[in-house]
Every structure is written in C-alpha cells, then in structure tokens.
Design a protein around this ligand. Structure first.
Ligand code: 6PG
Length: 487
C-alpha cells in the first residue's frame, strides 16, 4: 500500500465505544484502519462495519493484526478499545512483533492505572510509546465528542495530540476537553477519580430522589419537574438532566423507573477510587460510601430478610422538609465530594510525581463526560487563584456555599436519620465536614487506648510534635514501647 493511502490511525475493538470513536475520527478528516479481535473477517464484525456504518467513508478494513499495522502510516498510532485487564496485555503482545520503534499504542479503555504505569515502562523499554487515556461520555460522547484524559509516554503526546483533540468535546470558546494529564498512569488515574465522582454524584441524586419521593411524596412527573428546575441553576449538569428524562420515561402507561430492580451494578472503577484513597491515606468518604451503597443494594436477599425483621414504622413524622432544602443538601454534599476527589488527585500526584494540573482537569470535565456540569468551572477558578490549594473547601466560593447551605444540609440528613431513610453519601459528607473543622477531636482517646493496650505511644499537646510518650497505665506494663511508625 502506498504511504499516501495508508491510514492516519488504527483502531482495534469495534464494540460500541470503538465503533463510535472510529466514526468520530473519520468525520474529522482522518483515515482510520479498523480491526476487531473476534470475528475480524469480511463476513464478520470488521466487514459488517465497513459495509454498514462505515460505508462510503474513509476507512480501511483490516482482517488481521499484520494487515492493521501495515495499513497505518509511521510512526504508527494504534488505539485499543478493548476490555480492561488481560485482553489489553494479550493485544499488546500480539501487536509488538509488527511494530517499528517510535510507534504509539493508545489504550482508551477503563484500565487500572497500575497496569498503565507498568505498560508504559515495558513498551518504552522496547522503543515504543504507550498512552493510557481515559475517555468519558458513553457511546454518544464517543461519537460526538468525549472528554479525553491522556497520560503515559510524554514523547507520544505531540504525535497523538491533534487527533485526540479533534475528536474531543469542545468548550464554548473552542478549547478541546482533552489535554495532556501527565506521565505513567496519570491519565487512567484521573479517569478513575472521574468515575468515582460519577458514583458519588449518582448516589447523591438517588438520595435526593429518595427524600423527595418518600418524605415529600412527589410522584414521578413532579419529581421530573423538580430535577428540570434544578438543572437550570447551580446544579446544571448532565446527570441531573438525564434524571428528569428517566423519571418521565414511560413504557405504555407505566413509568419504566418503577419497574427497574433496585440492585446497582458496577464495573470496578468506583471501587478503584476507594482503594486508591486507602492507599494514599486520603479520606474519600463520600465516593467510598457510594460504592458501599451499590454493594448493599446488591444484597437483595439480606435486604428482604431485614425488611421483614425490621418493618418501617414508629418513625417520627412531624419533620417538614422542602425540595429546596434537599437541593441545598445535594449541592453541599457535592462540594464535599469534589473536594475529596481533588484531594485524592493531589495526594496521588505527589506520590507518583505526575504534577497534575487540577484546574485543567476540571476544565476537561466541563463538557463531553458523564460528570459534566457548570459547577466544574468553579473548581478551575479556584485552582486558577491558588494552584496549590490544599483543599477546595478553603476556597472562598466553596466556603460561602457551604456556609449558606449548611442548615438545609443538616436538616436533610436529620430528616433521613429520623425517618429511617438511608443517606450514606449526604451524611458521610456532613461527618467529613464536621470532622475536618473540629479543632480538638476525640482522637486523643484513640491514642490513649492504643498506648494503654499496646504501648503504641502518643504525642502531647504540651510538647512539640514528633516527641512520643508512653505511660505505664496499669502499673503492670514495662518500659518497652511499640514502634511509633505509621502506615
Ligand atoms: C464514562 C463512564 C464509563 C463507565 C461506565 C460503567 O465516563 O463514560 O464512567 O466509563 O465505566 O459507565 O460504570 P459502572 O458500571 O462502574 O457504573
């Protein structure tokens, strides 16, 4: 094949995301060579795509890995849109023998950032480049403009920048929602935190729905109106918007939502956020509660049994909550969730040396992705003023909003507690906030207990930090102390 006829990029994996990304690239003027691991033949998935949605367009159908590699201009850019985990490694192993030094492999799936860190090193040691990129926006986003979070081999960025930015969502001023995130696994880590925040937002919206439905007694149509209204103000976001649509959706005469089983699934990225937060000693409480809430929802048999053993009733009914108070509780909790998410980004960035740019990350999420919202601009603004902000709650905008919504937030959480409605995300956010602003906490007692039973030592308020003391609390212990190391 003449070099001029070759494709600008190769794409492996013609499932829904891959197919739509390929169409998006082609629509921006790129020639794309496509391949699928399973059923790659002319009669199979590749052939069907070329004769179907790809017909008459600037695609090359590749029917083997070798075909694919040979059909792409050098230095090659080959994007994989396959299931995370071993399929990515298997595909890399198959590709490598055909590649030339300087070629770039791009993994656009939801990969674990630890795997991406490893793959970058492995491929760079062989003379290739590897980009692990988060891509958010679902199938529609993939087709019309997703939010893209690329990280990996820095030398690959100039090679893939134009094409990735061309297919990305754009802000109103034309800025693409795709910027270089950082080396190693930085891109996939940022996508993981994006998904964690997605879990948190979805859980908060569900808790608001639960209060509005069960405490105010709104029907689906009225609920849809409430979410439509909320979507016009400071909560304006994709997830609030689709919630209104979902509430209205009918199958014949019944609302579909009422016939959907209350067992939430998860593909793992929310859980990875929680695990990463544990690894970084960062209290990502709201997102972690959102993950637990999905787990609890999945315990359907236990829930049935518990509902029989502990029927509702005897619950105080005189609390009066308004939709506006619930909205404020949702907003305040969302502020906490994003403050926690960005705190995790900050810790991991320090740990892995990624030098993440938090304002840019919030900007990339403004359009195209699942958590897109007007609110993200406030985060970009906050980091614009103070790039090294320790916690978003220290920003003036966040502070003023928390103070303004605090009474409604406390009342909403109290409403849930007093009426037996589980609000794990809203209440854990409030506990985090109360804990964070507590100057003298009860952790002195924990330190005393640790020292009492295990000689773990403690620091004193009447002594400088870093000096550790032990007390022989019972008169029976010796002078030997346990190490004062911390995980
Ligand atoms: C996105 C989404 C997406 C996510 C799926 C499934 O940004 O487009 O976050 O990448 O993986 O929606 O997520 P769960 O199955 O874990 O809910």
């Amino acid at each position: 094949m003449d070099n001029k006829e070759k494709a600008d990029i190769g794409l492996i994996g013609l499932a829904v995301m891959g197919e739509n990304l390929a169409l998006n690239m082609e629509s921006k003027g790129y020639r794309v060579s496509v391949y699928n691991r399973t059923a790659p033949g002319e009669e199979g998935i590749v052939g069907r795509f070329i004769e179907g949605r790809g017909k008459g367009k600037n695609f090359i159908g590749a029917y083997s890995i070798n075909d694919l590699v040979e059909s792409v201009k050098t230095p090659r850019k080959i994007m994989m849109m396959v299931k995370a985990g071993s399929p990515v490694d298997e595909l890399i192993t198959q590709l490598v023998p055909y590649l030339s030094p300087g070629d770039v492999i791009i993994d656009g799936g939801n990969s674990d950032f630890h795997d991406t860190e490893r793959r970058v090193k492995e491929l760079e040691s062989k003379g290739f480049y590897f980009v692990g990129t988060g891509i958010s926006g679902g199938e529609i986003g993939a087709l019309h403009g997703p939010s893209i979070m690329p990280g990996g081999s820095p030398a690959a960025w100039p090679l893939v920048k134009n094409i990735l930015q061309a297919i990305a969502a754009k802000l109103d001023d034309g800025t693409p929602c795709c910027q270089w995130i950082g080396p190693g696994g930085a891109g996939h880590f940022v996508k993981t935190v994006h998904n964690g925040i997605e879990y948190g937002d979805m859980q908060l919206i569900s808790e608001a729905y639960s209060l509005l439905k069960n405490r105010i007694g709104l029907d689906n149509e009225s609920l849809a109106h409430v979410f439509d209204d909320w979507n016009k103000g400071e909560l304006d976001s994709y997830l609030i918007g689709i919630t209104a649509d979902i509430l209205r959706y009918k199958e014949k005469d019944t609302y579909l939502l009422d016939n959907i089983l209350d067992v939430a699934g998860q593909k793992g990225t929310g859980k990875w956020s929680a695990i990463a937060a544990m690894d970084e000693n960062d209290p990502l409480t709201l997102i972690t509660e959102a993950v637990y809430a999905r787990m609890l929802s999945a315990m359907q048999n236990e829930r049935k049994k518990a509902a029989e053993l502990y029927p509702s009733g005897g619950i105080q009914d005189e609390f009066i909550i308004t939709a506006e108070e619930i909205r404020q509780a949702l907003y305040a909790s969302k502020l906490i969730s994003y403050a926690q998410g960005f705190s995790l980004l900050r810790r991991a960035s320090g740990h892995y040396g990624w030098e993440l740019d938090y304002g840019t990350i919030a900007m990339i999420w403004r359009k195209g992705c699942i958590i897109r919202s007007v609110f993200l601009q406030k985060i970009t603004d906050a980091y614009g003023k103070h790039p090294n902000l320790e916690n978003l709650l220290f920003d003036d905008f966040f502070r003023s909003k928390i103070l303004a919504t605090l009474p409604a937030w406390r009342k909403s959480v109290a409403e849930g507690i007093m009426s037996g409605i589980a609000l794990p995300a809203m209440s854990s956010a409030l506990s985090y906030f109360d804990g964070l602003k507590t100057l003298h906490s009860a952790a002195n007692l924990i330190q005393a207990q640790r020292d009492y039973f295990g000689a773990h030592t403690y620091e004193r308020v009447d002594w400088e930090r870093g000096k550790f003391f032990h007390t022989n609390w019972t008169g029976e212990g010796g002078k030997t102390v346990s190490g004062s190391y911390n995980v």
